[in-house]
Design a protein around this ligand. Structure first.
Ligand code: F6P
Length: 367
């Protein structure tokens, strides 16, 4: 009997999602004679049984498109906002999986999706995942799709900010996405030649950053680009964070309105720029790249990666290999157990070669 696959995209969107959907789907239809159905808006669509036909026509012409044709959401099976409350809807999701007679469910997502997929595996579903996120912070894969495209966008932004910072003798603090990991800010900072790169993995001392900027001024370069990752914090903020770990709302508790992480990141970026103005005497400006970094057409490298991992995923389904994430390893793909990936964040190791290279070309890393 031909296998019947469900597929969904979950978490923040990322360039390459459509290329991956196409890779999984075309291999399923052309190579293995399987059928495939999409679920809309992540796990919410599976809970509400909102499907999208994925036949050859729907899979055609999407390789180069940004976003996801399926739609996405950050809803988690076990903490789904329903009627103003967070409820555990895992059983409803499992029921819909069976009612749709699925043989396997493919979940395309980042770190959170790996955890959610593991929960569904524990309910007995045949789940298989692909690693996507511009943050590049999924454990046990060389790289995630979306990262390369975002890296090019952030690097281009730094290139453009250079000439205006130079003309006005200003500091420009450019905030780059990445959540708790510094891969994107570090990669774009190096590629764009930022003078300072601040990442969550290295809490910074603002005095050290200011000293580096003043030194540049002394050498006749009274302008600087500071690439700051969303999650970067000062030494003091880091200590405070360690002390107060915020309690998460429990299942069944009312959903309260609270500051989004974006607001908190922006507040820190504004504070940093003001401090640098005071400590250096230079004028500072802020650019928050935000969701620009996730939009638009995927790079060639992301299309290739997503297609490679997508087709490898279908091959694994054909072999009946479930409960795994299809990780990128060199030129190949490797099935790694969801238990080994879920709950882990791949941050930048302090001795990573990118950090060493940045230091060797004279970049201030805030410490
Ligand atoms: O995880 C991807 C990411 O783009 C992070 O870099 C960023 O912190 C977050 O998503 C933004 O989330 P949202 O789409 O909910 O604004």
């Amino acid at each position: 009997m031909a296998k019947y696959i469900g597929i969904l995209t979950s978490g923040g969107d990322s360039p390459g999602l459509n290329a991956a959907i196409r890779g999984v789907g075309k291999a399923a239809l052309n190579q293995y004679g399987m059928q495939i159905v999409g679920f809309r808006d992540g796990f919410r669509g599976l809970m509400e049984n909102r499907t999208m036909r994925l036949d050859a026509g729907e899979l055609s012409g999407i390789l180069t498109r940004g976003g996801t044709i399926l739609g996405t959401s950050r809803d988690k099976p076990h903490r789904m906002p329903v009627g103003g409350k967070l409820l555990d809807m895992t059983d409803v999701i499992a029921e819909n999986y069976h009612d749709n007679h699925l043989d396997a469910l493919v979940c395309l997502g980042g770190g959170g999706t790996q955890k959610n997929a593991l929960r569904l595996k524990e309910k007995g579903l045949n789940v298989i995942t692909l690693p996507k996120t511009i943050d590049n912070d999924v454990a046990l894969t060389d790289i995630t799709f979306g990262f390369d495209t975002a890296l090019a966008i952030a690097t281009d932004a730094i290139d453009r900010l250079h000439s205006t910072a130079h003309s006005h003798h200003r500091i420009i603090v450019v905030e780059i996405m990445g959540h708790r990991a510094g891969w994107l800010a570090l990669g774009a900072g190096i590629a764009g030649g930022a003078d300072v790169i601040l990442i969550p993995e290295i809490p910074y001392a603002v005095e050290s950053v200011a000293a580096a900027i003043r030194e540049r001024s002394r050498r006749g370069k009274p302008f600087s680009i500071v690439a700051v990752a969303e999650g970067a914090v000062s030494v003091q903020e880091h200590a405070e964070q360690q002390a107060t770990r915020k309690a998460k709302p429990k299942e069944g508790k009312k959903v309260e309105a609270e500051d989004t992480p974006e607001t908190q990141y922006a507040e820190r970026t504004v504070r940093l720029a003001k401090q640098l103005e005071q400590l250096t005497g230079l004028e500072a400006r802020i650019t928050i790249l935000g969701h620009l970094q996730r939009g638009g057409t995927p790079s060639a490298a992301d299309r290739l990666l997503a297609t490679r991992l997508g087709t490898a995923c279908t091959e694994l389904i054909d072999r009946g290999r479930y409960g795994v994430m299809v990780a990128a390893r060199g030129d190949g793909a490797k099935a790694v157990k969801l238990e080994d990936v879920a709950g882990k964040v791949k941050t930048v190791p302090p001795d990573h070669s990118w950090i060493l290279s940045a230091r060797h070309v004279g970049t201030n890393m805030g410490d």
